[in-house]
Design a protein around this ligand. Sequence first.
Ligand code: ZN
Ligand code: ZN
Length: 596
Amino acid sequence: MNYRCLFSILILFLGFAACTSEPDPEQQEQKFKQFTDRFVEALWKQYPQWAAYNGYYKYAAELPPPTNKTRGFALNWHKAYLDSLEQFNPEALSNNLKSEYLMIENMLKAGIWQIEEFKSHEWDASQYNIANPIYNVLLAKSLPLDDKMRNISTLFKSSNTYYEAAKKNLTDPVPELLNLAVQQTTGAVTSLTAESITDSLNASSLSDEEKAEFKTYQEKTRLATKDFLGFINSLSRDATEPDAEFRSYRIGEKLFEKKFKYDIVSQYSAAEINTLAYDRKAELHGEMTKISREIWSKYFPEKEAPSDSLVMIKQLIEKISERHVTRKEFVNAIRKQIPELTAFVNEKDLLTLDPKKPLEVRETPLYMRGFAGASISAPGPYDANANTYYNVTPLDDYSEEAAESYLREYNYYILQILNIHEAIPGHYAQLVESNKSPSLIKSILGNGAMIEGWAVYVERMMLEEGYKESPEMWLMYGKWNLRVVCNTIIDYGIQTQNMSEEEVMDILLNQAFQERAEAEGKWRRATYSQVQLCSYFTGSTEIYNFREELKEKLGDRFDLKAFHEAFLSYGSAPVKYVREMMLADLDSIFPEHSVQ
Ligand code: ZN
Ligand code: ZN
């Protein structure tokens, strides 16, 4: 029995039956909003470091030791909030709040599953890294310097109990994750005494006493981290013994399906998505073969096309990749494309773009460099008024050879697709749209498969609508799309079907036309993580298939712009929920044509 029933019975018993008829919907909404406010505050208290990551620093000095007791508290916390949540009837809430309800429910159930069944605290050594919370605070934009230093000092104080608990947890470590942890912890030992910390301490107005205390705990933390490094190093060495029996990084089908269910929240199972990915790979290969046969002689007039179609495609892609901008022009080339994309979206009436919020392209700030060449940097939920930027890293630090390789990868064609994905109508447009109905819950619990799925979906949609369309563009799109398709295939294959490194390399190099360095990096990533690599293909497939489903169902009532705008209006909720809500609302999204 849930509380709602109990409550009604009590009231009946007391003779107030009249008050128990259908609760006032407005009151329900109000109550639910009050609940989510309480929930978020409690969530941050429960997960202080997740809060800091989201820009909420009230509890940033707290680093609970990952003990059994802490996990027991967490389990109770999740169960208690699940009970309170279930007092609401999601069907009585508006669409927007109903999807918040479902997202909270999923997050709480996932948390319980994580503690009771997934138990990564026992086998993933890489989750224990004290440098992460410390740098979260150090790099916080909204915290005054003195507060930062006091928070860090308190974090340092917790390091001993933190690492002692971590050591106890690691009863069944995965060797590959031990190696990753060794690499990261080695870095942490150095970064804990980095100049940036010393400089910040000196620049602060902490008293001499506080500064001395800070330094004492800093040194203790360095020693505790070194001790933990010794511990995982020796486990890692044990794992190389000839008859060592260690846990495999492959989590197996059962755990993978569950993790997929909680992380992705899809109408498909992981096994179904894997099958769809193989189908899509075959479809792309078919299309790319056809294009390659048609344009081969344009690029190789003297040479006969190889009979193996995959070899033919690969040679053609290499040739076409020679069309690229110069390294000096790289940032500018991207900047120039943004207005072209905007004009195309407007002209084809694909989506209403907010002219008051033009996207600003900038060179990636120095502190953020070292990762992807281009990314959207959006303000966090507690910093909503800050600007959104499209960061592009100039190729200044690259050697001549590395720059050439990078520019071939992001050649004339791929660069256009990248901008569609990152900017317009991809991530940036989705973000502007979802900020129109700001929701803290959706911003915190935003669904990665929906967000990435949208950006991947619009790549194809823009080409279908004719954006800079040519056989070469479609061929390069094929290569680009094979990346997300094969991410799914290798993630599922490695984690649930014993796929070998050799098979993975064959898929990435010969069937997805990737460079060796990229393929090797992908193999390593796929052994460290599970499910995340499936999010791009799953989300985009769900959106694309939903669109085709509606086209079929609605015939000439279907309208692409109405589809896009309705789809984005629910915020970053899982595609599965958006689909359900749209299906319940088709008549207002796609009104009958009026008789002219
Ligand atoms: Zn070149
Ligand atoms: Zn993306």
